[in-house]
Design a protein around this ligand. Structure first.
Ligand SMILES: [Cu+2]
Length: 229
């Protein structure tokens, strides 16, 4: 009897512990071309250098990861809190230049400049035109469809920002080495979507079973020419 009790106890421990531990996706991204080139021409010690040219090279390497978002497509996504996010207009620029929000969220566009701006978008996922408004004012837009929304200003053609509206709260940005992860996922099938601002969308399907971690790696081929928006 005692042996059976021990065995049951052992079984329970064995099944319960991994279930409590997260079911995960762990991913590793590589940007082909851009990052490789930078690594070759840029020895580590120059990263701390004072030359403006070298500083530029460093930031362009880092910025490549800042242009990447990873999210999951799945019909198992739980309900989530919609955000109220902010896209500032300051110094005749949008800040941040890339904003990620789950669908249904609202974005406020405050004008912090001493001049007028006129924020608009012609993107399929959300078209709007907020009209001219002065310093200290803001206007808001709610984004009800997933997709890419390119934001511009009628008065300043060089102002632009991107709002990526993702389908649920499972989204993240890679770290400075291109690694990303999601944990606490229900078992099932997922589409891992990697979005890069100029290179576009790359997808990989993963299956996550009870207590398991799916490991994937993906390459982002970033070309010299940016595709039309
Ligand atoms: Cu403007």
């Amino acid at each position: 009897m005692r042996l059976i009790a021990l065995m049951i106890g052992g079984l329970m421990a064995a099944t319960m512990v991994p279930a409590a531990a997260a079911q995960e996706v762990q991913g590793q991204l590589a940007i082909t071309r851009t990052l490789t080139k930078k690594r070759v021409v840029l020895p580590t010690y120059t990263l701390r250098g004072v030359s403006p040219h070298k500083h530029d090279a460093e930031s362009s390497t880092i910025n490549e990861w800042e242009r990447v978002v990873v999210y999951l497509e799945s019909d198992k996504a739980p309900a989530f809190t919609k955000l109220t996010a902010t896209l500032n207009q300051t110094g005749q620029r949008f800040d941040p230049e890339l904003l990620v929000i789950p669908v249904g969220s609202t974005v406020s566009f405050p004008n912090f400049d001493p001049i007028f701006h006129n924020v608009f978008s012609l993107s399929k996922a959300r078209q709007f035109d907020l009209g001219n408004y002065p310093s200290g004012k803001t206007r808001t837009v709610t984004f009800d469809k997933p997709g890419v929304v390119q934001v511009f200003c009628h008065l300043h053609p060089d102002m632009n920002a991107t709002i990526l509206v993702v389908p649920n709260a499972w989204y993240t940005r890679p770290d400075e080495h291109g690694a990303f992860g999601f944990s606490g996922l229900p078992s099932g099938s997922y589409e891992v979507v990697v979005w890069h601002k100029s290179a576009g969308v790359f997808k990989q399907r993963v299956q996550i079973s009870q207590g398991s971690t799916a490991k994937i790696s993906m390459e982002i081929p970033v070309g010299v020419d940016e595709p039309a928006p």
